[in-house]
Design a protein around this ligand. Sequence first.
Ligand code: F6R
Length: 617
Amino acid sequence: MCGITGYIGFREAYPVIIKGLQRLEYRGYDSAGVMLYDGKNINLAKTKGKVSDLQEKVKQEISNQGQIGLGHTRWATHGIPNDINSHPHVSQSGDLVIVHNGIIENYDSIKQELISRGYSFKSDTDTEVLINLIQEVKEKYQVKLGKAVQLALKQVIGAYAIAVFDKTKPDEIVVGRLGSPIAIGVGEDYKEFFVASDASPFIEYTKDAIYLEDEEMAIIKKGREVKVRKIKDDSEIDPDILELELNLEQIEKGGYEHFMLKEIHEQPRAITDTFRGRLLMDQAIIKMAGVEDNMKKFLNADRIIIVACGTSWHAGLVAEYIFEEFARIPVEVEYASEFRYRNPVITEKDVLIAISQSGETADTLAAIKLAKEKGAFVFGVCNVVGSSIARETHAGAYTHAGPEIGVASTKAFTTQITVLSLMALRLARAKGTMSSSVYRLHLQEMEMIPQKIEKLLAIDEQVKGIAKKYLLSTNCLYLGRGYNFPVALEGALKLKEISYIHAEGYPAAEMKHGPIALIDDRMPVVVIATNKGHYEKVVSNIQEIKSRNGKIIAVVTEGDTTVKDIADHTIEIPETEEAFSPLLTTIPLQLLSYHIAVMRDCNVDQPRNLAKSVTVE
Ligand code: F6R
């Protein structure tokens, strides 16, 4: 977690850094800080709170001049969020400044060693230890900053993306990476450089970017060049300069009150983009390069293991139903955090699919590495192009949702399900587990999904009305069966993470094994009751809730009359194949949590304690 940014060039650094930090706030937002070098002095401002609080502090306390700067927005790991623990951190000599995203696991032993050599520490952070270690190495071996950073990083266990500035050599910034992302924006003729956790802070200045790989560092010299080296052996690397496809419009709110609402409304477009070049209706085929190139691996697989976290794990659960139904391949879905530590049985005949919006989730990344070590073929489903998971996997398919900035995942979820459904259909055809006529029908249904979501989004006002009635609830139950059981889990997660109302998702039939005891006239129960998904059974569950005075909010297929007679509220979704219904039933649940959170005055895009990119385990 945490977002880091830096600038060295001919512009005033402060506006670049502040705008960059605002774009990186999704990575953490409990404190923020900036360092500006004005040619003579290091000016530092740091504060608990958001980037807007930092702007106030800068106004009151420091000069914002200078063409070199570093910035940080924090998600606390070591040390509570307060002014002192905020980054940047300065070394004891006062010359070196660092911003850091990650965790230095062996910081305590290094700290004790440094204390024994006369160092003292102001903060509780691992980062202050690292900058003093760099200082110690620099002085001890009388080396330049780049060498000192390299030697210090060789002593460090953990994860990091760092940017370091040295006042005694103010024409360069040194950056390094292990396990946390870092991008370098390269300005025209090397006249300026940008550093950031992702490319969003610099897309209006340059489209040329270098993404460091793990265990690489770079020495960025103003007006000259970027030298990339391996941390381990100091060998030089010729870096690939990629041309970014991201544009400014994609990362702005575009007239919506919140990114989350914008992203909910972007789903028809995001799914259409995810189909592009893959769902070829004129030929009635699906073509996915990552699958075609590795078809044998998929067809010979004993099983598919899906690993992911949070919302992406819910997409994996939907995929389990779809892969097993369509392609008849056994699927297991695992929390990456559990999988990586439980010595799982993995063989060369397993295919592991890792799902991740950010492509940076530490546990998912570790699960991938483990599966690779044991010889499994690893396929990634990621949204962020060039992310660590996209690069670590053997092959993969991007979701093309575009940047997802709201911390609560919406369009990433539906595009993940889209990619996985396309894969399942493609494999079903290749394995012969689906007839060509049924296959063609499914393709037609898939193609219609974006326009059905577009139509469905008109329920916004109705959902807002329902939200008004339940905004003071303290608990909420979500029920679904089959393909819509994972949607119930996802609906509950959305509500709890942005409105802080306790919510649980359950398979509808499990209710009678415990949760039914919770139902009374204060308990809203959201039930997904689509017409093809064990409909009668779910109707019975709804009756059971009704007879205990629970408040029923039902998501039904259009034209439904039975549930309408029983439920307190019904929200209609367009008719579709049951397997694709999660792409529709999810929409009202996203809107419901959004409106409840807004009415409760919660920070929808930046819920407390969370961060978009979970780069710590
Ligand atoms: C919830 C949410 C999280 C993420 C989880 C995994 O709305 O966004 O639960 O799904 O942290 O993140 P990724 O998909 O980036 O690996």
